[in-house]
Write a new protein. Structure first.
Length: 296
């Protein structure tokens, strides 16, 4: 078993991004600017947004954080999104999900300017991805593609099974793994809660990507010997032995699955850091596009 280290990979990419920012500013361009909107006090969301702000500082980006109370109206949130859409200094922004139940997530996602949608969730960007056109890829799938690429993991002709069909991870991941690209050319099976014989499907996978949100769901008997296993899930489990009172578990029972896998991502330290760095890559690309437009 070999570890796919998302933390080390994300740090290496941050160094590359910081160098690109230095070149951009040396040529008279401005620092890329990433903004984030946080509604409510969800602990996991707050931690995730704080990581994004810190990462912006590390690579030389400008960052802005807009915080709203949980009872903020949908109208007020949409007004802020419109302001960011029209703020020429902001290259990209994200609205941290999940949102309070009284706010329509679809309406919010569609309100974001596709050219600033660095989370890659806007229907326009998802449609371009499906057609293989240049676009902002959804952050988590983009991060997984980067990991597979940088670890030189062969995907062409492989059987890839994905557990979970969310529009954030599973569905876009299935499209990316089947496309005609360096990381791609897989035969993909997208499984979900209604899939029959899930265990048997997983056992056929050369590459198994798990994005279910159920702690330690995948066990060793579900995994083919020598499979590449990518664990997207992260769940807080009560753990009195920890100072924090909890431990973090992935969707894969790591200790036993690692004995069968050829490559595996840990939790934490696997896909999570790559999701954050993907936002930085998308924001840098947005800044580059604007720089090219302004120079024409």
């Amino acid at each position: 078993m070999q570890l796919i280290d998302g933390k080390a990979t994300s740090n290496a990419i941050k160094i590359e991004i910081a160098e690109e920012v230095r070149k951009l500013t040396a040529q008279g361009g401005k620092k890329p600017h990433l903004a984030a909107i946080l509604v409510g006090e969800d602990g996991a969301s707050r931690t995730y947004v704080n990581h994004k702000v810190k990462s912006c500082e590390q690579v030389g980006f400008t960052s802005s954080l807009y915080k709203f109370d949980a009872d903020t109206s949908e109208e007020e949130l949409l007004k802020t999104i419109d302001e960011l859409n029209n703020n020429a200094d902001v290259d990209g922004f994200i609205v941290q999900l999940p949102l309070p139940k009284h706010i329509n997530e679809t309406k919010v996602t569609e309100a974001i300017d596709p050219e600033k949608d660095v989370d890659g969730f806007h229907p326009t960007n998802l449609g371009k991805m499906m057609l293989g056109l240049p676009t902002f890829l959804p952050a988590t799938p983009y991060g997984i593609v980067q990991l597979l690429d940088r670890y030189n993991i062969e995907t062409s002709g492989k059987k890839c099974v994905i557990i979970g069909r969310s529009h954030i991870v599973g569905t876009p991941m299935s499209l990316l793994m089947s496309r005609n690209a360096k990381v791609g050319n897989c035969t993909v099976t997208l499984t979900h809660s209604r899939t029959q014989n899930l265990k048997e499907e997983c056992q056929q996978a050369d590459i198994l990507i798990v994005a279910l949100g159920r702690a330690e769901f995948v066990t060793a008997d579900m995994v083919k010997e020598g499979a590449v296993v990518v664990d997207v899930g992260i769940t807080r489990i009560e753990d009195p032995s920890k100072k924090s009172g909890f431990s973090l578990k992935g969707d894969v029972k790591f200790d036993e699955v690692a004995e069968k896998a050829s490559w595996i991502t840990p939790v934490p330290g696997g896909v999570g850091p790559m999701t954050v760095v993907s936002l930085l890559m998308n924001t840098l690309e947005s800044a580059r596009r604007k720089s090219v437009k302004e120079s024409v």
